[in-house]
Design a protein around this ligand. Sequence first.
Ligand code: GTP
Ligand code: MG
Length: 356
Amino acid sequence: MPRSNDLHVLNLANVSAGKSTLINALLGSSMLPVANEATTAKVFCVHSSDEHESSLCRTDSSLNSSWTEATEYKLSEFNNDPTSGLVEVRTKISSLQHYGSSIYLYDTPGQNMAVSNKHQNLTQNMLPKRFFTHIFCLIDATNRATDDEKHLLESYVLRHLENNKNVQVLFILNKVDEIDEDREGGIDEHIAKTYLYLKKTGFYSPSIMPIMARDASILRRLKFNYRLTKSEKRHVEMMQKIEPQEINKLLKSSILTDDLKSEILKKSNYTNRQSIKYLNYISCCYSSLLCKQLGETMQKKDANFIDQYCIRIRFCKCLDTLIQETGICALERYLEHYLKEGTTLLNQFVAAEETL
Ligand SMILES: Nc1nc2c(ncn2[C@@H]2O[C@H](COP(=O)(O)OP(=O)(O)OP(=O)(O)O)[C@@H](O)[C@H]2O)c(=O)[nH]1
Ligand SMILES: [Mg+2]
């Protein structure tokens, strides 16, 4: 029986709207298969709980159904297995406060009419059989209001709402990083247009949250010291959101040795991009030392180590600011609200089950 504050979130959208990227951003990994083409071919149920100490996965395939370590490679293998329909992942999303509850995130195959019926059927068959507290409906800011999207909103979301009136629907306007403000107006304008479009489609008072799932996913992985691909590294360099003045301010207020300060300043004089790279480089080099040696070295007052520690903390603070700008933290606070308070829907559901 579901516990009253557990969340069951269905991620729905057309192909390449960023459903899997969004879940990867929450996980801070690149576990779920992502690509710029029809990619997710199974339903992935990601179950996050404080009680999960490692990340495991299994599939309903007849050949292999035992729990095994959840890696990008393994999940890609399951995604390509023609005999399976559901892939389960058990993990703990460290950026979320769970308040003793669980969250189940369902990643689904894109629902475009031109994509194979098999993809559509997987989601269609699952909708009436499973219980959902939330539907996250991703809208691609670069490809809004297509026929496929209207079909998805009308045939899946509105139809599901007819019989499940208390399900919380959140519209996630993804890829807002692609909006060209000079030509298309700002994010505010996009949200206003999306709101009108959703109202016209039949949603009474749609809640819309803007997100940059790809940036969030890359920055989170950078923070957790995962290896980025070459193009992801280039992307981080191009973000150029840390202004040169910021780097200088950061350095001035740091307690680094003068030698190290002038070394970094020399590099940061080249370009903004190189200074981000350099900050990243030196902070990553020392991060593995942090936990093991911190207590010991603090006692010895090892000034050199404290310098390295400080720059890592400051680098993480810069990253945290960038991560906040992607909108992912707002989504996490939204989820935490329900993890803490529960949903009236679930309370009603549990009460109904108890009286049976
Ligand atoms: N510019 C930009 N690209 C993004 C963003 N989120 C995802 N993408 C890109 O969009 C493409 C598709 O992302 P996926 O996460 O695989 O999309 P999906 O909705 O899971 O797609 P299917 O599984 O095929 O239905 C990838 O190339 C991502 O890098 C974003 O916020 N901004
Ligand atoms: Mg996907």
